[in-house]
Design a protein around this ligand. Structure first.
Ligand code: ARG
Length: 251
């Protein structure tokens, strides 16, 4: 927690210095640089060399609507917002929950989906927050899952992993009692493991947004407008249906 707080404070400081590309600069160049992790299915993942997932498809559609080509950058989840402050790309779409802490360092778009953090365990394992008492839990580092599991009283140990898929593997291997992660990811995981895992309860809800560098209001306005259009013209609904069989927009 301390380390995470420090990092965000450092980000908030950095936010006031370097210069992000303005909407006009991006438009002139014809290409927008977007960063994601590429290891967080079904939202952003690498299938072989191809970057795909709900957020990747959505961002590609938004860029198309804005008349821009896309250059994708992938890097570890916990360095994505730092790279944004260093002007390494124009925005980040990587399932970041909109939290007051993060909002000090970056500016968030309107939410592009709503979800929650859920518990998954092996059959017979902990299913509720109360069940986590005395248990070990795996989460991805730098996430809202980590922050929220830490708030659950009595948890014995929280083990952090660089990638969410590593945290899932720890659960499968029996090195932890439970995994906490995205509820949609959890459903896919339970399905894929055919009877070995059970989905437990939801620990918290969150709104997920795209992040631009603090103060990049021009770009934020364009992104929000493109998202609003996608939400209203059926594009978003179609894409969401393909990935989730339901519409995951915030209501
Ligand atoms: N929604 C969670 C958060 O806001 C997890 C995001 C993880 N994203 C990723 N690309 N691994 O922290």
């Amino acid at each position: 927690m301390k380390k995470a707080l420090l990092t965000l404070t450092a980000l908030a400081l950095l936010a006031t210095t370097a210069q992000a590309r303005s909407w006009e600069d991006i438009k002139k160049s014809g290409t927008i640089k977007i960063a994601t992790e590429g290891a967080f299915p079904p939202f952003n993942l690498l299938k072989g060399k191809e970057l795909t997932g709900f957020e990747v498809d959505l961002a590609n559609q938004l860029a198309k609507q804005l008349g821009l080509k896309v250059q994708w950058v992938t890097q570890p989840f916990d360095s994505l917002l730092i790279g944004l402050q260093q002007d390494r790309y124009d925005f980040v779409i990587a399932s970041h929950g909109i939290t007051p802490e993060r909002a000090k360092a970056v500016d968030f778009s309107n939410p592009h989906y709503c979800t929650g953090g859920a518990i998954v365990s092996r059959v017979g394992g902990p299913k509720t927050a109360a069940d986590l008492k005395g248990k070990t839990v795996a989460v991805q580092v730098g996430t809202t899952y980590l922050d929220n599991v830490r708030k659950v009283p009595g948890v014995k140990d929280v083990k952090t992993f660089p990638k969410d898929t590593d945290a899932q593997a720890a659960l499968m291997a029996g090195r932890v009692d439970a995994w906490v992660g995205d509820k949609f990811t959890g459903l896919d995981l339970v399905k894929a493991q055919k009877g070995k895992l059970t989905a437990g309860s939801l620990l918290f809800n969150e709104r997920i947004g795209m992040a631009v560098k603090k103060g990049n209001a021009g770009l934020l306005k364009e992104l929000n407008a493109a998202l609003t259009k996608s939400l209203s013209d059926g594009t978003y609904a179609k894409l969401s249906g393909q990935y989730f069989g339901t519409d995951v927009r915030c209501r």
